[in-house]
Structures are given as C-alpha cells and as structure tokens.
Design a protein around this ligand. Structure first.
Ligand code: WNU
Length: 152
C-alpha cells in the first residue's frame, strides 16, 4: 500500500485494535500495513461468493457485512451472521485450501476492507503458532457449524 505516513500510522493503530492481531510484534504489524490493499464496497455488493476460489483475507475497517450460506433444502442462501468494524473473514479458504464456503455481502455503502493476500497472510499467521492454532481451531468450528446447519 502506498500512502502517507499519517495513513500508515492510522492503519497501524487500527490493526493493533483488531483482537486477532493484538499480540503481534509492531515490526510484523508494520509489514502488514505495507502490503495491505484497501477495497471499497457498496450496499448489496458481494465481497466473497460461495464456491469461488479465493486468495485473500479481509479485515473490516468501516461499515458492515452479512454472511449468507446455501443450506440443504433451502433455495435461497440463509443469513448466518453480520460482521462489523474490527471483524475479519476469508481465512477459511486460505487455511482449509478450499473454495469460499459462504457469501460475504456489504450491507452498507462505502464499506471499507483491508485486504491481505495469501502470501502475506501466510507470513502473518505462519510465523505465529498461537495465531495459527487459534485460526485452525476456529475454522474447524465453522465447519461443524456448517454441518449442523445442514442437518437441521
Ligand atoms: C460460518 N461458516 C463458514 C463466518 C469470520 C471469521 C472467523 C467467523 Cl475466524 P471463506 C467465506 C467466509 C469464511 C469465514 C466466514 O465466511 N464465515 C463462515 C461462517 O458459520 N464461513 N463456512 N461464519 S464469519 C467468521 C469466524 O471467514 O471464510 O474463505 O469465505 O470460506
């Protein structure tokens, strides 16, 4: 990401406030800031589509998104949760080496996401065993949630 130093510092302190990244060393966080892309989405716009290949991880810096998913026996994808500022998504496809497992749709105009690509995500997570273990466990929990939803 090319930007002024002031913006760099804003993103740095924002990332520091994201629970997942709380314990990363500053040096690591600065590297993430350096390689971030910023993406903007309008209300109703799909950020992620279920079934597509994905190579990016997202952190919401502004706005809100909803998570929807196809379930057996339903024609329309079902809404499963909403996420807001400081929440993140898209880790599952990266960690499980799978296609996207849900839709992520912006529910506000001008939703702003910080986007980390697979290489940088692996660098961010791979070097921190705790982070890796935490996400891996979370992703397994999501798979169980998916199964339960389909069993109902
Ligand atoms: C869920 N089932 C599935 C969420 C975000 C981060 C964490 C929950 Cl650590 P992807 C679609 C994304 C997926 C997840 C997100 O949707 N998601 C869920 C569920 O119940 N996915 N399968 N809830 S919000 C959320 C925990 O990030 O990653 O790359 O794309 O498959």
């Amino acid at each position: 990401m090319k930007s002024t130093q002031a913006t760099q510092e804003e993103y740095f302190s924002f990332l520091r406030s994201v629970s997942l990244l709380r314990d990363l060393p500053g040096e690591k966080l600065s590297k993430i800031v350096d390689c971030l892309e910023i993406d903007y989405f309008d209300k109703g716009e799909y950020i992620i589509r279920e079934g597509e290949e994905g190579n990016t991880f997202f952190i919401i810096a502004r706005g809100e998104v909803c998570v929807t998913q196809t379930t057996e026996g339903c024609t329309e994808p079902r809404e499963i949760k909403t996420l807001g500022v400081g929440d993140y998504f898209g880790e599952k496809a990266l960690i499980s080496e799978d296609v996207r497992s849900a839709n992520i749709i912006s529910t506000e105009n001008d939703t702003q996401c910080l986007v980390v690509d697979r290489d940088n995500f692996n660098q961010m997570v791979g070097t921190y065993e705790e982070l890796q273990a935490y996400l891996k466990e979370y992703v397994e929990e999501l798979s169980r949630c998916d199964e339960r939803r389909n069993a109902l």
